[in-house]
Design a protein around this ligand. Structure first.
Ligand code: AP5
Length: 214
C-alpha cells in the first residue's frame, strides 16, 4: 500500500508514520529526514537545502521532487511506501501524480492530520532527537529515561535547529500559505481521510490505523 501523510509541522507525522509503516511492512519516506541526511553528508543538494531549512522555508521544488522520485522507485519501496512531508504544496502534488503515473504506481490513502496551533508549538519546542539513531522524544510527553541520552542506543539527544521558536513560527506560516491548499487538492480524491491528532500518541494511532484499513 502507498500512503501520503500530511499536516502541519509537529502534528505527529513522523511519530505515527514510523509506527504505521512498520505495522504495514512498508518503507517510511520522510522528506525532512532525506534533506537532513543530505545536509549532514554535505552533498550539493544538502548545501543548497540548508539555508532554506534553517529559515523555516520550503526547499525549492526541483530539489525535493528529484529526491522523492529516486526514493519511491528504489527496491525497498516495492512493497509500498508512506510519504511523510511530501508533497507540501500543490506543484509537488501534481509532480507526484505525474511520476506515479509514469512508474505505474498509485496512492491508495491520503491522510490529513490536524491539531491546534498551540499544541504544535509545544510539541515542536519540546522535541528531542537522538544524534545516533534518530529516535524521537519529547521533554514532557515522552521524556528519555536518562536526561540527554537515548533509551534505544544511549546516543546523545539534540534539539533540531529549526525547532527554535522563531523558526517554528515561520514554518507554521509557510504551512498555512503553501501546504494547507493541499486539503482542497486531495479532499475529493479516493482514499482521503482527516484525523484529529490532538490526543495521546496511541489514541491517534488507533484513528490512523482505522482510516488506513478503510
Ligand atoms: P520536516 O522534518 O518534514 O518537518 P515538519 O513537516 O515541519 O514536521 P516535523 O518533523 O517537525 O513534525 P512531525 O509532524 O513529523 O511531528 P513529530 O512526529 O516529529 O521538514 C523540515 C524542513 O525540511 C522543512 O521546514 C523544509 O525546509 C524542508 N522540507 C521538508 N519537506 C519538504 C518538501 N516537501 N518541500 C520543500 N521543503 C521541504 O512530533 C513532534 C514532537 O511531538 C515530537 O517530540 C513527538 O514526540 C511529539 N508528539 C507527536 N505526537 C504526539 C502526541 N500525540 N502527543 C504528544 N506528543 C506528541
Amino acid at each position: 500500500m502507498n500512503i501520503v501523510l500530511f499536516g502541519p509541522p509537529g502534528v505527529g507525522k513522523g511519530t505515527q508514520g514510523i509506527q504505521l509503516s512498520e505495522a504495514l511492512g512498508i518503507v517510511q519516506i520522510a522528506m525532512g529526514d532525506l534533506l537532513r541526511a543530505a545536509v549532514k553528508d554535505g552533498t550539493v543538494l544538502g548545501i543548497k537545502a540548508k539555508s532554506f531549512m534553517d529559515a523555516g522555508k520550503l526547499v525549492p521544488d526541483n530539489v525535493v521532487i528529484g529526491m522523492i522520485e529516486e526514493r519511491i522507485t528504489a527496491a525497498d519501496a516495492e512493497a509500498g511506501f508512506l510519504l511523510d512531508g511530501f508533497p507540501r504544496n500543490v506543484a509537488q502534488a501534481e509532480a507526484l501524480a505525474l511520476m506515479l503515473d509514469e512508474h505505474g504506481l498509485k496512492i491508495e490513502r491520503v491522510v490529513f492530520m490536524s491539531a491546534p496551533e498551540s499544541m504544535l508549538l509545544e510539541r515542536l519546542s519540546g522535541r528531542l532527537i537522538c544524534k545516533a539513531c534518530g529516535f524521537g522524544f519529547h521533554r514532557h510527553y515522552s521524556p528519555p529515561r536518562e536526561e540527554g541520552c537515548c533509551d534505544q542506543c544511549s546516543g546523545e539527544l539534540y534539539q533540531r535547529d529549526d525547532d527554535r521558536e522563531e523558526v517554528i513560527v515561520q514554518r507554521l506560516s509557510v504551512y498555512q500559505e503553501q501546504t494547507q491548499p493541499l486539503l482542497d487538492y486531495y479532499s475529493n480524491s479516493n482514499g482521503f481521510s482527516k484525523i484529529d491528532a490532538a490526543g495521546e500518541v496511541q489514541d491517534v494511532y488507533k484513528k490512523l490505523e482505522k482510516v488506513v484499513q478503510g
